[in-house]
Design a protein around this ligand. Structure first.
Ligand code: MTE
Length: 314
C-alpha cells in the first residue's frame, strides 16, 4: 500500500527536505542586501487575499489568556501562513495558493455518537455559544519543523459539556471536510483514505490544553489553517490536530486515524511528541523553527510535560 502512494515531503528524512531551507537562506541573503522588505510585501499580499470568510470576524481580536501567554517569540505570521500541511489541497507547503475556491461558510458541524444531546449546527452558531480566547502554543510537526503561534479558540471540553457523552464514550473521532470540487488534493491523490480523520482518548480530548481553534494571529482562521474550525492538541505531533472539522463523534472503541491507516508503524494513534523516540526513518531529537531556521532541541510532550505527563502514567 505505501508504495502506491505519492509521498508528501514528510516521508523523507528531514535533512533531505531542502526547499524550505533554501527559502530561509535566500531570505537571509536578501536581507543582507536590504531587499527583504520588498520580498515580504509581495508575498504578504498574495496570502492575505485568501483571508477568512467575514462571517467569522465578529469580536476579533479576542483577549489573550494570561494562563497561556508564556512570553515566547511568535513565529512570523507570513511564514506560518505560507508554510502549511493540508493535503486535501496540495502535498506541498504553499497551501495558501490553492484554497481560494474553498467555501467555509455556511459550515455544518455534526456532533453525535454516544451522547445525550446530539446536535448539528452551523460553525458560526457553535462559535456564538462559547467564549473565545487567545492562547500561545507551540506546534511540532512530525516532519521536524515547529512554530509558535497565537491561536484563538475555546477548550474542547465546552463541546463535551454541550453534548454530554454517555459513560461508554471512551474516545472522540474527528472527521474533516471532503469537497472534491474545491479541494484539488482529493482529486490528485485518490489513493489516500479521504476524508482526513483523527481521534483522541476522552481524557486527552477533555484536557484543558485541547483547543477548538477558530482563529490565529488575532483573526479568524485563514483557509490554509483549517477554517472555520480545527482541533489543536499541542503535546502531540501536528497530524493529530485535524483541520476543517465537520463531524465529532463520541465512540467506545479506539478509532482508526488517517495516517495510522496508511502506515501504522510510523504514525500510531497516540503520537505524543518525544525526542527520544525516533520516527522509523529519521530522528525526532531536534526541530527547525520555520521562520528563523534555528534548530532547537525537541522537548518531551512538546514542552507540555508538566501539564500532560500524568495522562500517560509518567
Ligand atoms: N488536517 C487535515 N484535514 N488535513 C491535513 O493534511 N495535516 C496535519 C494537520 N491537520 C492535515 C490536517 C499536519 S501533518 C500538520 S503538521 C498540521 O495540520 C499543520 O498545521 P498548520 O498548517 O496550521 O501549521
Amino acid at each position: 500500500m505505501p508504495n502506491l502512494i505519492r509521498r508528501p515531503e514528510w516521508w523523507l528524512p528531514e535533512r533531505l527536505v531542502t526547499p524550505e531551507v533554501a527559502f530561509v537562506n535566500r531570505r537571509r541573503f536578501l536581507r543582507q542586501l536590504g531587499m527583504a522588505g520588498a520580498v515580504s510585501l509581495g508575498a504578504s499580499s498574495a496570502w492575505s487575499a485568501d483571508a477568512a470568510d467575514p462571517v467569522y470576524s465578529k469580536g476579533y481580536p479576542h483577549a489573550r489568556s494570561k494562563a497561556f501567554d508564556p512570553g515566547w517569540r511568535l513565529t512570523d505570521e507570513k511564514t506560518a501562513s505560507t508554510y502549511n500541511n493540508f493535503y486535501e489541497f496540495t502535498l506541498s507547503k504553499d497551501v495558501y495558493r490553492h484554497v481560494s475556491a474553498f467555501e467555509t461558510a455556511p459550515w455544518k458541524v455534526e456532533i453525535g455518537g454516544l451522547v445525550e444531546k446530539p446536535m448539528t449546527l452551523d460553525a458560526a452558531e457553535l462559535i456564538s455559544k462559547v467564549t473565545l480566547e487567545e492562547r500561545v502554543y507551540r506546534l511540532r510537526c512530525v516532519e521536524g519543523w515547529a512554530m509558535i503561534v497565537p491561536w484563538t479558540g475555546f477548550p474542547f471540553s465546552r463541546i463535551v459539556e454541550m453534548v454530554q457523552p454517555k459513560p461508554e464514550a471512551r474516545f472522540v473521532r474527528f472527521v474533516t471536510a471532503s469537497k472534491p470540487a474545491q479541494m484539488p488534493g482529493l482529486r490528485q491523490n485518490p489513493e489516500y483514505p479521504w476524508p482526513y480523520f483523527e481521534g483522541l482518548r476522552m481524557d486527552e480530548a477533555m484536557h484543558p490544553l485541547t483547543l477548538v481553534a477558530t482563529g490565529i494571529y488575532g483573526k479568524p482562521l485563514a483557509r490554509q489553517f483549517g477554517a472555520p474550525l480545527r482541533i489543536i492538541v499541542p503535546w502531540k505531533y501536528g497530524y493529530k490536530s485535524p483541520k476543517s472539522v465537520v463531524k465529532i463523534e463520541f465512540v467506545t472503541a479506539q478509532p482508526r486515524t488517517f495516517w495510522e491507516t496508511l502506515i501504522p508503524r510510523e504514525y500510531p494513534f497516540e503520537s505524543n511528541v518525544d525526542p527520544e523516540v525516533s520516527h522509523p526513518r529519521w530522528s525526532q531529537a531536534t526541530e527547525r523553527m520555520i521562520d528563523s531556521g534555528d534548530r532547537v532541541k525537541t522537548k518531551k510532550y512538546n514542552g507540555y510535560a508538566a501539564q500532560v505527563a500524568q495522562l500517560y502514567g509518567a
